[in-house]
Design a protein around this ligand. Sequence first.
Ligand code: SF4
Length: 347
Amino acid sequence: MGGVLKARYENSALQEREEFREALADWFSQHGRDYPWRRTREPYAILVSEVMLQQTQIATVLGKGYFTRFLAAFPDLMALAAADDAALLKAWEGLGYYRRARMLREMARAVLADHAGEFPQGLQDLLKLPGVGPYTAGALRAFAFELPAVLVDGNVARVLSRLMDCADPVDETAGSKRMWAWAAELADPERPRAYHAALMELGQVRCRPGVPDCLKCPVARFCKTRVPERLPVKGRKIPITAVDEHALWLRDAKGRLLLHHEGGKRRTGLWKLPIREAAEIEHLPVLSQQCYAITRYRVTLRVHDGGASGSSFKPAPGDAWQEIPEVPALAMAAPFRRVVERLLEDF
Ligand code: SF4
């Protein structure tokens, strides 16, 4: 391309980017939703919200008050850094993926130890914090510090793949790189906070998964795809494995309930009903049956009545008798919390 043509092309691309940002900003100023984390520029609160929202829907985080409750329990970096496992997991109860809570505590400790309690603002310094990847670092820069940032989450990847009509799988290296490159090109360096919130919101309310609402899309005129419902393309299909879990419901003569304190990888520190081999308890009456999903597993949890056998069961390592009034204060994964609460009403 000759010099003049190249300059013209670059100018028109620049102008189109400006118009895209303006259209998005206008729409967001009228339709942007009010979330608690959008009312603050406090990096600690923004970090908590970003980590919570990584694998949990906004409606869940807001509807059940997780965000405000967590900040009430740990109002600042010092409080979180000093939290013990039991208090931390209890505050995270119901959100799942408990590793996130521990990682958040590690981040708080690192900011206190390495940065005298002040969040760093530079991208490279942020990336050195434990558990902080490019997305979280970008979110902190944009939402807390109003600094130029690039961030791509699932919503943004969907919007970009449609805007650019790109069928590269967004969860594979080449596709992901393209999304980050486009995100960097489009990002508004003047108003990063509003721009990134707007693009995410566009993905939530207009450019939704499945069939998007293109008729009401503020950036429809910039969008290249004609088949948005086929985008984004995902490469990895993770097979779901069905698993059966057999749990024991056992009360002793004092009315205490037998619970198990998890020592394994997935839910370390959480309490649950004791799990036994199917052969040991599957002949016992089933008090409750429910299914839940965790990572790539579809679990069918059956709770068997251990009392009906004449209570020959003994506590195994990690099991402990718990007084019933103490049970609500124990951190427990959501499927077990639900079944324990229901069965305690019946028994
Ligand atoms: S026009 Fe439709 S597909 Fe394109 S960005 Fe807007 S909502 Fe998404």
